[in-house]
Design a protein around this ligand. Structure first.
Ligand code: NAD
Length: 480
């Protein structure tokens, strides 16, 4: 999954691994910076990788060995941060590549963390709930033993195949061993709200994907180059993967005026040029066990073919390596928004760029998750819900202003306008607004780099992050 076959000019066949592909993207951007080669090498390498193998006692009493990893790519800021995925194809190369992407991603959105990633090589469908809990707790215990987890050390989060439930088990296990109960809540993010999670985290990555696409579509000059009109309204969108990221991206894109013309899951894809309602499709999937045979839509049994359908925006939100040398020439989308990590291989990236496709890179477009994870981490360390100290005060201030205007004008505001205006920000309001600000600001930063260096958006994003990480190393110096 994470390797790509490349035919070299001498006819030899080479497998380009995922981490190597990320490093190629890094090198392509590094040319546009003036940092010393040694410093660039230090930024690029993965600082540490922990391989773990441990036994699981299955429900039937048999024993099976579980293989897992945690990679910490860069400690230029601490803690390191990155999700934990449960998938069959997890391997050392993949976690290193994903950890590196986390370093660059955090820098792009100004989240003060280094990059990390973890993975357990399992297909969660093959394990019971009780077995998944034992696997998660044992994995956490192994991380604790080697100091690979902690509020100031390394903070995991959900990723492919994991969610709030697993994060709660990680917290509870960490809590059982921690000698710092005051800050222990901040050892993991993406927790259920009742366990220190922050409102808005679950939907954050998909919401961020929407903000990023909206921002890109609002730049008239770029849309003109693609032969599109400005704005998301009416744009035809295909989404691959309807998990946490894909579902929420679909929901917000639909609410923002985009038309979902095809949706792809592992069992197949469905297509309707007039649009598919995401909630109705998921309701259908819950009742039938599949998105196929959705009323009014055409079935596409080979799910991957959906990526090649006619559309304006393609959002791969499942796994890496989905758009490769073999299928890239057939991609018809004008914009590819990489909601998943690494869905476009390095070779496919060149092919799409030559075709004039605007690729909104993963290191930017899916950074909403880590941005809101940062907010959750801050909330856990401050032990107070965002908005708790200010909500009522803001409401009273707004009410005083409204009353003063009424007194001066001698007229009364209609009730609904009064109620809408006298509104203090809740935790969710603050989280969503912080996320929106972050995604808009970062898009404008990378867009400026793109114009300045006349490069594609991914190279621009890497230039922005290399400069920020390099600055951090240069300012703090190198130990000893
Ligand atoms: P998830 O497990 O919630 O959802 C993934 C979905 O993709 C599942 O519904 C799965 O059935 C589907 N899928 C798998 N293979 C497929 C295929 N070949 N074709 C179509 N659908 C397929 O995972 P997620 O958290 O939504 O993560 C998805 C991607 O987004 C991953 O690359 C992950 O690294 C990245 N990401 C996730 C977050 C986050 O906050 N969860 C943040 C940043 C990046």
């Amino acid at each position: 999954m994470s390797t790509e076959t490349t035919i070299k000019t001498d006819g030899a066949v080479a497998h380009v691994k995922f981490f190597e592909q990320v490093n190629r993207m890094f090198d392509k951007a590094a040319i546009h910076t003036d940092h010393p080669a040694g410093l660039l090498d230090q930024i690029k390498i993965c600082n540490s990788v922990y391989h773990i193998e441990f036994p699981l006692k299955r429900d039937d009493g048999s024993i099976t060995v579980i293989r897992a990893f945690r990679a910490e790519h860069s400690q230029h800021k601490q803690p390191t941060k990155g999700g934990i995925r449960y998938a069959d194809n997890v391997n050392e190369d993949e976690v290193m590549a994903l950890a590196a992407l986390m370093t660059y991603k955090c820098a792009i959105v100004d989240v003060p963390f280094g990059g990390a990633k973890g993975g357990i090589k399992i297909n969660r469908r093959n394990f019971s709930e009780a077995e998944l809990e034992r696997i998660t707790r044992r994995y956490t215990y192994e991380l604790i033993r080697k100091n690979f987890i902690g509020p100031g050390v390394d903070v995991p989060a959900p990723d492919y195949g994991t969610g709030p439930h697993e994060m709660a088990w990680i917290l509870d296990t960490y809590n059982s061993f921690s000698d710092n109960p005051l800050d222990a809540l901040a050892c993991v993010t993406g927790k259920p709200v009742g366990q220190g999670g922050v409102r808005g985290r679950t939907e954050a990555t998909g919401r961020g994907v929407y903000f990023g696409i909206r921002e890109a579509c609002d730049i008239a000059e770029d849309m003109q180059e693609l032969g599109l009109t400005p704005g998301l309204e009416g744009k035809r969108v295909i989404i691959q993967g309807l998990g946490n990221v894909g579902y929420h991206a679909a929901k917000f894109i639909q609410e923002g005026g985009g038309v979902l013309v095809a949706l792809a899951e592992y069992e197949g894809a469905i297509h309707n040029p007039d649009g598919l309602d995401i909630e109705a499709v998921l309701k259908h999937r819950r009742s039938t066990g599949s998105i196929l045979d959705f009323p009014g839509a055409t079935n596409i049994p080979n799910s991957a073919e959906a990526l090649e359908l006619d559309c304006d925006i393609l959002v791969p939100a499942a796994l890496e390596g989905q758009i490769r040398r073999d299928n890239a020439p057939r991609i018809q989308a004008k914009i590819v928004a990489e909601a998943a990590n690494g869905p476009v291989t390095a070779d496919a990236d060149s092919i799409l760029n030559e075709k004039g496709v605007l690729i909104i890179p993963d290191v930017y477009i899916n950074a909403g998750g880590v941005t809101v994870s940062y907010f959750e981490w801050l909330r856990n360390l401050s032990h107070v819900r965002f908005g708790r100290m200010s909500k009522r005060f803001e409401e009273s201030s707004a009410e005083r202003i409204m009353r003063a205007v009424e007194n001066l004008s001698g007229r009364q505001f209609p009730r609904h306008i009064f109620d809408q205006t006298v509104h203090g920000a809740s935790e969710e309001d603050l989280v969503n607004s912080g996320l929106e600000e972050t995604m808009i600001y970062a898009y404008n930063e990378i867009h400026e780099e793109r114009k300045k260096h006349d490069v594609d958006l991914r190279t621009a994003a890497f230039i922005s992050s290399i400069n920020k990480v390099a600055k951090s190393y240069l300012e703090m110096g190198i130990f000893p």
